[in-house]
Design a binder for this molecule. Structure first.
Ligand SMILES: Nc1ncnc2c1ncn2[C@@H]1O[C@H](COP(=O)(O)OP(=O)(O)OP(=O)(O)O)[C@@H](O)[C@H]1O
Ligand SMILES: [Mg+2]
Length: 241
């Protein structure tokens, strides 16, 4: 369970995340949607203690990230898929993380299999394609077998087979009773993956709903999403009324 309480972040004079209060529950995939620059990544960084809120707090299973005694075993995250030492193999990267987090070494081979990198595990991560780096990032997130998963735009860079794979993976993880919070700016993709949706615009909560609930009364999901978020998006200067 992830709980955001009036979570707020300002950069200079600009509010990136604005008093965001949300509960993300276990057992379903929750999509975190919003246009570019709406505060999704900033929110996720605050949940992981990588950015300090100016007000409010983010709790994982009732405590702040910094208070977790075994962070990698509690929450797995995919934020920046490029964050690897390029000279190290995927397997070595995972093995180092496992060793420093008291995770059994046998888990490395397991997660490489789950993400489809068994064959490429011994190649230097710097030679991986974008989609392969994304898969290695998912392997890192799964390494500690955590009950909470946080993924920022995991579909980026994946081919159609990869997109279907991650969709099935996330749904499977949620069905096991985990909390799965996954961001996207693509409503169509989220509609296929998530059951619940948290929609933000300019850092503010616009809707906390289901896919069906968002679509109700609109011609299409895209239409519903656009109408909801366009009011809160001024940098494009669309002037939609
Ligand atoms: N380190 C930073 N310094 C200054 N401003 C920042 C910083 N990080 C984010 N911002 C600003 O905060 C706002 C939210 O950015 P954020 O990256 O959280 O959006 P996002 O919803 O993840 O967007 P995208 O869909 O493009 O990934 C933007 O206006 C952005 O310019
Ligand atoms: Mg982002």
């Amino acid at each position: 369970m992830i709980e955001l309480r009036e979570l707020t972040k300002r950069y200079g004079g600009r509010v990136a995340v604005d008093a965001l209060s949300v509960q993300v529950r276990p057992g379903v995939v929750t999509g975190f949607l919003g246009p570019n620059g709406s505060g999704k990544s900033t929110t996720m960084r605050m949940i992981l203690g990588l950015d300090a809120p100016d007000h409010g707090e983010a709790l994982i299973d009732g405590v702040r990230y910094a208070q977790l005694t075994r962070p990698l075993r509690t929450v797995g995250a995919l934020l920046d898929a490029g964050a690897f030492h390029p000279g190290r193999s995927g397997r070595a990267h995972l093995a180092a993380l496992a060793a420093s987090n008291d995770i059994p070494a046998a888990r490395v081979g397991e997660v490489l299999r789950v993400v489809g990198l068994s064959g490429a595990g011994d190649r230097r991560a710097g030679t991986y394609s974008l989609g392969m780096r994304q898969r290695l990032g998912v392997a890192v997130a799964l390494l500690g077998d955590p009950g909470v998963l946080l993924l920022d735009e995991p579909v980026n860079g994946l081919d159609p087979e990869g997109i279907r794979w991650i969709r099935d993976l996330l749904r499977g993880l949620a069905a096991e009773g985990r909390t799965v919070f996954v961001s996207s700016h693509l409503i169509a993709e989220m509609a296929l993956t998530a059951e619940r949706l948290v929609v933000i615009g300019q850092g503010r909560l616009l809707a906390e709903t289901t896919v069906a609930g968002l679509a109700a009364g609109h011609d299409s999901l895209e239409d519903a999403f656009f109408r909801l978020t366009s009011q809160a998006t001024d940098y494009r200067g669309t002037g939609v009324s």
